[in-house]
Design a protein around this ligand. Structure first.
Ligand SMILES: [Zn+2]
Length: 110
């Protein structure tokens, strides 16, 4: 009896979560990719392998150590909020990504 009750209740209440991950954006990802590009162009890192495996390892190493900054894409004033977030994050990101590049290039997975 209880089973039926719960089943009916679930059917009544339709919650569509399928769009949630599409509409969420982690801006730390964009910042990390942007800074990776700048840093990897430096002479200091000219020897660093930039194959897909190494780039993904550098990005995931960095993203696992930096705070995520999720913004819902329908929210207003996103640009302003991202800029505030960027300023706070960029200094940390540069040192974390530098560490990531050194760690990954010293221990490449290939
Ligand atoms: Zn590589």
């Amino acid at each position: 009896m209880e089973y039926t009750f719960f089943q009916l209740k679930e059917e009544e209440r339709k919650i569509d979560l399928s769009v949630i991950s599409e509409k969420l954006k982690n801006y730390t990802e964009e910042i990390v990719i942007e800074i990776m590009e700048e840093l990897l162009k430096k002479d200091e890192f000219s020897h660093v392998c930039t194959c897909e495996t190494c780039l993904l390892d550098i990005a995931s190493y960095s993203l696992n150590r930096l705070p995520a900054g999720y913004v819902a894409s329908h929210q207003g004033e996103i640009r302003t909020r991202i800029r505030e977030f960027e300023t706070q994050l960029k200094v940390d990101a540069i040192s974390t990504i530098t560490e990531a590049i050194k760690t990954v290039s010293q221990n490449p997975r290939h």
